[in-house]
Design a protein around this ligand. Structure first.
Ligand code: BGP
Length: 494
């Protein structure tokens, strides 16, 4: 038994990490444009006592690599041709909200922004790639944060509806798969890149932190916005589908041992980091364990009865997710967070991690575990839209990059995806994260590379931006062109 016939094979990037052209053709800054890495403790924002407002305050001594990215904005044709060369039949990227509504609260969209994405999607379709489009990949227009505090203000729901209505009308028939908010569950642990900036005087020295009230009001407003997206899509383009996008590494939280407190702690970790919002998006309910937090922290958001009904009536049609690694819950070890997921105790059973300084544990079985777990919980198709490995790599004296680690990583993960399919899980596709090197989300650097295609751009901003194929390029191509058959045959032999 092989991979399903219509399996989507490809890769995923995001506008803010690849496009560059951060102020071109009418675009204004979005939140990640002022951050060097989404985990950044010192974003380029300052409270101005005189105006009584937050304002952009970039550090002149630091390099904001995302401002030029890999210049995908101008080079997308070349890049898509390289992806097509591997046989991609799907490609995921995001729309930078600030290209369409530069401030976010305008009445009319920016035609230049719409035109750019129209040309981009037309090119994908011409090359036989299904566009899989994230509506917001850490890209809320900065103005919506500085002026309104972002998603904790319910006016954003209206601005969002305007934004998605424009997109659904314009790209009707072209985009069949929409993802609402990238890794939306990070809204609680990394509120700033997810579009919330505190307007509470208590947080003026630390824009990365917010009050519990703002956090959960943001959560509720995003749940409402998600449901509106599903409703508007059904009305405007009924053939298209809307999915959630959840960072699901933490769904694979294993208990350190059979101490019941660790078992329960592991389960709660999966819920509190990943599922608390997936439950709302997929099952249409605000779960009881979330309401308990609201009661205990006295931070119940303001809610509207019709909106609770809307959340119930308009769940997403598929579950898309990122998976990078699993983690271990031990009641005596604190749980840290980074872009790859949660990091708790060390798992003594895992043989490798990605090389230093990243050291992300490699756990291919984890992807089979979460595919089964999530499919059992939500009963909707699963879509892997991010999985990959970031390595520090430079061409050797022959100009080549031999990335065996990446090939092994992909093979082992796909093997487990295949097992999950045999287990009966409906899997729509596998989109590898970062098929071409892009700026890292977590650290804002170039030297952490995921690509099958190398981009000559360095951390100091130097480089020709020239693209070249790594060894894994042909490897991935072979998998795609045989629809995974080559791997299945290899596994059957063993
Ligand atoms: C996810 C993000 C991506 C991506 C990936 C890898 O959290 O959705 O944007 O970059 O992680 O993370 P990093 O770039 O930090 O290695």
């Amino acid at each position: 038994m092989s991979f399903p016939k219509n399996f989507m094979w490809g890769g995923a990037i995001a506008a803010n990490q690849a496009e560059g052209a951060w102020l071109e053709d009418g675009k204004k800054p979005n939140i990640t444009d002022v951050m060097i890495g989404i985990g950044s403790k010192d974003p380029g924002l300052k409270w101005n006592e005189e105006t009584g407002k937050w304002e952009m305050a970039l550090d002149p001594d630091r390099k904001y690599l995302s401002h030029e990215g890999i210049d995908f904005y101008h080079r997308y044709k070349e890049d898509l041709a390289l992806m097509a060369g591997m046989g991609f039949n799907a490609f995921r990227t995001s729309i930078a909200w600030g290209r369409i509504f530069p401030d976010g609260d305008e009445e009319e969209p920016n035609e230049a922004g719409l035109k750019f994405y129209e040309d981009l999607f037309d090119e994908m379709l011409r090359l036989g790639m299904e566009p899989v489009i994230t509506l917001s990949h850490y890209e809320t227009p900065l103005h919506l944060l500085t002026e309104y505090g972002g998603w904790s203000d319910r006016r954003l729901i209206e601005y969002w509806k305007r934004y998605v209505t424009v997109l659904f009308n314009r790209f009707k028939g072209k985009v069949k798969y929409w993802l609402t908010f990238n890794e939306v569950n990070n809204i609680c642990r990394m509120p700033l890149p997810n579009g919330i900036l505190s307007l509470d005087p208590a947080f003026r020295n630390n824009p990365a932190d917010i009050s519990e009230k703002e956090r959960w009001q943001g959560y509720y407003n995003i749940c409402v916005a998600n449901a509106w997206t599903v409703k508007l899509c059904k009305e405007i383009d009924p053939d298209a589908k809307v999915g959630c996008m959840i960072s699901s590494s933490s769904v694979a939280t294993y208990p350190m041992n059979c101490d019941p407190e660790n078992v329960l702690g592991a389960y709660n970790n999966a819920r509190n980091i990943s599922l608390f919002i997936a439950d709302a998006f997929c099952k249409g309910i605000i779960p009881g364990y979330v309401k308990r937090i609201w009661r205990e922290k006295n931070c119940t958001p303001e809610m509207v009865e019709e909106e609770i009904q809307l959340i119930k009536d308009y769940p997403v049609s598929f579950y898309s997710f990122s998976y990078y690694m699993s983690t271990v819950y031990d009641k005596n070890v604190s749980m840290k967070m980074h872009t790859g997921g949660a990091a708790g105790a060390k798992n003594p059973y895992l043989k490798e991690t990605s090389p230093a300084p990243y050291n992300w544990p490699v756990d291919p079985t984890g992807i089979r575990y979460i595919l089964n777990f999530l499919y059992d919980r939500y009963n909707i198709p699963m879509f892997i839209v991010e999985n990959g490995i970031g390595l520090i790599e430079e061409p050797d004296e022959n100009g080549e990059i031999h990335d065996e680690f990446r090939q092994r990583y992909i093979k082992e993960h796909l093997r487990n995806v295949h097992e999950a399919i045999l287990d009966g899980v409906e899997v729509m596709g596998y989109l590898y994260w970062g098929p071409i090197d892009v700026v890292s989300a977590g650290t804002g650097e170039m030297k952490k590379r995921y690509g099958f295609v190398y981009v000559d751009r360095q951390n100091d901003g130097s480089g020709t931006l020239e693209r070249s194929k790594k060894e894994s390029y042909e490897f991935y191509k072979e998998i795609i062109t045989s629809n995974g058959e080559n791997l299945v045959k290899e596994w059957e032999k063993k």
